[in-house]
Design a protein around this ligand. Structure first.
Ligand code: PLP
Length: 382
């Protein structure tokens, strides 16, 4: 038995993904740049997939570019919009971004840019006053994720956009890492100039990502070569994955609301079950959050031990922190939310997909209860 509750890390590929990828690997394997009919068919597929994704993120077809993953999309956004004007040297982001953003920003700092990392409150909401105060003449980019990958908070991008537009007359660009938002919330409504996506979080495959870039944005490439993706991202297109990503987009378009509802029921059941069965817990995930993430600290335990014990029962979860009690490698997100080391140490992230069931949650509640109870009775029993 496997109950997979680590869908924020990656997801199972859908049957459709497998079928489409197989077709484009062994039948329609042409290169979109080739001039013969196989190339022509590949180009048509590429166009179709781009169109499907564009519709689901609120960008036009010509504003969507394929990349290899969410990390690449984040890097492309951050390095690609660097202005020529040296006076424009300030970026604003948050303390709770994914390393794909944070490490890219650290690199920019080494290259002389100034970065302000905004605080968040106990629910992981961005400090909007801090944003207002941080914006100055030199600010050219604000990067804030759509949904936090550790606790699921949905960031207030509408307010963020309003503030930056008011303070800069619409001159500052807004990028959002929507890797945990795509297929989970209505990202097509987000008021952003650049949006990063990743295929493997939505039942497509590893090795495919995309970025939405508004027409007005002057995006310079970070990879140079054959000029694919209109020069923004060279390298032969990963057509099997792109074709599958386009199909996934169609699924998202037709069943996002249904999936959100399903996720809500599953999350509610697990949350209520754990709350009523287990004492001394701290729910890290706030009300205003993705229906697909639930982070809970089981006080007086170690998340890493709970994770491995659940794994033996076939239940896959993730810790809220890296696998160490060393405070340096503890979750930067929970830390920014003001959690104590002990609270961070006992954190577990359950993350769901449309393939999870309510019945699975009965088993999970039972096993988590037993595991936490044993840990609290005997200490670290592994
Ligand atoms: N951004 C967020 C919020 C993520 O959760 C992840 C993956 O965990 C990434 C970016 C990186 O995406 P990828 O694994 O496609 O590089």
């Amino acid at each position: 038995m496997t109950i997979y509750l680590d869908n924020s890390a990656t997801t199972i590929a859908s049957q459709k993904t497998v079928e489409i990828m197989t077709k484009y690997l062994i039948e329609d394997y042409g290169n979109p740049s080739s001039l013969h009919r196989m190339g022509f068919r590949a180009e048509k597929t590429l166009k179709e997939a781009r169109k499907n994704i564009a519709r689901t993120i609120g960008f036009s077809e010509k504003e969507v570019f394929f990349t290899s993953c969410g990390t690449e999309s984040d890097n492309l956004a951050i390095f690609g919009v660097m202005p020529k004007d040296k006076r424009q040297n300030h970026i604003i982001s948050t303390k709770v971004e994914h390393p794909a953003v944070l490490k890219a920003l650290k690199e920019l700092e080494k290259r002389g840019k100034k970065v302000t990392y905004l605080d968040v409150d106990k629910d992981c909401n961005v400090d909007l006053k801090g944003l207002e105060e941080a914006i100055d003449e030199s600010t050219y980019l604000v990067s804030v994720m759509a949904v936090n990958n550790e606790v699921g908070t949905i960031m207030n991008l509408d307010m963020i956009k309003k503030i930056i537009d008011e303070k800069s007359n619409g001159k500052i660009l807004l990028h959002s890492d929507a890797v945990q938002g795509y297929g989970k919330i209505h990202v097509e409504k987000l008021p952003v100039d650049l949006m990063s996506l990743s295929g493997h979080k939505v039942h497509c495959t590893k090795g495919i990502g995309a970025i939405g870039v508004r027409d007005k944005v002057n995006l310079n490439p970070i990879i140079f070569g054959g000029g694919q993706e209109r020069g923004k991202r060279s390298g032969t297109e990963n057509l099997p994955a792109i074709a599958a990503f386009g199909e996934v987009a169609k699924d998202i378009e037709s069943s996002l609301d249904e999936n959100i509802l399903k996720g809500r029921k599953i999350k509610e059941k697990l949350k209520k079950g754990i709350e009523s069965e287990i004492k001394d817990i701290l729910i890290n995930t706030p009300e205003n959050s993705s229906e697909f993430i639930l982070s809970i600290s089981f006080l007086g335990t170690r998340g890493e031990v709970i994770l491995h014990t659940l794994e033996e029962k076939g239940i896959m979860v993730s810790t809220g922190s890296a696998c160490s009690s060393n405070s340096k490698s503890m979750s930067h997100v929970l830390k920014a939310m003001g959690r104590t080391n002990k609270e961070i140490e006992g954190a577990i992230r359950f993350s769901f997909s449309k393939y999870n069931t309510l019945e699975e949650m009965d088993i999970v509640i039972d096993e988590v209860k037993k595991t936490v109870g044993r840990f609290r009775k005997f200490g670290s029993f592994r």
